[in-house]
Ligand binder design. Structure first.
Ligand SMILES: [Zn+2]
Length: 415
């Protein structure tokens, strides 16, 4: 019988060593008996989720971790739109947007709008719908400071640069790379990267100017501007995940990006999982519930958890360590215990990893490789704990994110 797969990705969990944590990383500092148990009885490694020298965002990293090449990247805004249930039409281009706070010199003071409440986000989005040069612009609220801007009209192109100054669009691709966050950064002008994108760039610059005037006049203490990035159109999907890997997979997350990415790859998502849970603890518990409820219906489960990434951006490694503990205590450990109690552990492969390193020292993603563990009840190595240091010595034969899914599928089929 084919084994089942639980593939758990925890957002931005890897980190660097922190003085205030006694020279340990938050993952080393945290009490993680569940993940350590997997490491003790499984195979571990450190992997580059995308590539050496690449500072991944969640979109590129999760695409690679699901076993796809970057050339399949459709664009972050498209993924998020799909996650929100929005199918873009041929004459539409979407942008991922952030509400931000600028200081008096028009420099970015807080790039996440001090994590404004979603209710305020919804109110702001309503005020920013407009029409410029015959192009209709809609602003759709996301969680907290996030939104989606959709342009509808003739002759639009996704081949434009970001106004978000911290992300640079990689030429000839659909994705952006984070720039080292500098102080005194202003909003960038949107530039056309090809002649057919001139109108789109013009409309975006007009929209930015008008929106920022409207937002400024509201005098809100946490946000007064909007920045855009990752313009994208929706394409044909690549080879479906089920075809590529012969797996019926279910994605368990409420996050628009990973949900949309799953839809793009033809992976089933849980439509009932829509909103952010009240606490990380209750989020872990509901995801575990959904997993067991669907255990018999699918071959694999892709569980994505947000949590540790945010405190690292806010340079709060102690909170990050605590969040990792909550995930271990309420998801990983009970998962192992329940599978074992039901006699299902021997038929289940558990893989835990993270999409990227987020340094709590600089408050940004880095290119450092991340720890990964694969437990299948058969193979093990000498690694005794799950963290950035211990997993280095592991024997898991995987070095890059893209190799992980083919490896997991191979061992699922092993007798
Ligand atoms: Zn992040």
């Amino acid at each position: 019988m084919k084994k089942k797969l639980v593939f758990i990705i925890i957002d931005g969990m890897a980190d660097v060593k922190i003085k205030a944590l006694g020279g340990k990383t938050p993952l080393e500092f945290a009490e993680t008996s569940g993940m350590d148990l997997l490491a003790r009885h499984g195979l571990s490694s450190k992997i580059y989720t995308v590539n050496k020298g690449f500072m991944p965002e969640s979109d590129v990293a999760n695409l690679c971790l699901l076993g796809y090449d970057l050339k399949n990247h459709e664009g972050r805004a498209s993924f998020e739109a799909r996650g929100m249930g929005v199918r873009l039409k041929k004459n539409q281009v979407a942008f991922r947007a952030n509400f931000v706070k600028l200081n008096e010199k028009q420099e970015i003071e807080n790039v996440r709008g001090y994590r404004l409440p979603t209710t305020l986000n919804k109110r702001l989005c309503k005020k920013l719908s407009m029409r410029i040069q015959g192009v209709k612009i809609q602003v759709i609220p996301g969680e907290s400071y996030r939104a989606l801007v959709i342009l509808t009209g003739k002759h639009l192109s996704a081949n434009v640069t970001n106004t978000h100054p911290f992300y640079k669009k990689v030429r000839g691709t659909r994705y952006s790379m984070a720039m080292p966050s500098k102080k005194h950064c202003r909003i960038n002008l949107c530039e056309a990267l090809s002649p057919d994108a001139v109108l789109t760039a013009y409309v975006i610059n007009q929209f930015t100017e008008k929106s920022n005037k409207i937002l400024k006049e509201l005098n809100n203490p946490v946000v007064n501007a909007i920045v855009l990035r990752d313009a994208s159109k929706q394409d044909k999907i690549p080879v479906l995940f089920s075809k590529k890997y012969g797996l019926r997979m279910l994605t368990i997350t409420e996050r628009f990006l990973e949900k949309g990415l799953s839809k793009f790859l033809g992976i089933k998502t849980l439509d009932s999982l829509k909103t952010k849970a009240r606490t990380l603890e209750s989020d872990c518990k509901r995801k575990l519930r959904f997993f067991f409820k669907n255990y018999n219906k699918y071959d694999g489960f892709y569980i994505f958890l947000k949590g540790p990434d945010e405190p690292s951006h806010d340079k709060n490694p102690s909170l990050k360590a605590r969040m990792i503990e909550i995930i271990d205590e309420n998801l990983v450990l009970p998962l192992i215990e329940k599978l074992s109690k039901k006699g299902l552990l021997k038929n289940t492969i558990i893989c835990v990893t993270t999409d990227h390193t987020t340094s709590s020292v600089i408050g940004a993603h880095t290119d450092a490789p991340v720890p990964v563990v694969v437990f299948d009840g058969k193979h093990d190595d000498n690694v005794k704990a799950f963290n950035e240091t211990a997993c280095k010595k592991g024997k898991l034969p995987v070095k890059f994110g893209k190799e992980l899914m083919p490896y997991l599928v191979k061992i699922m089929n092993e007798k």
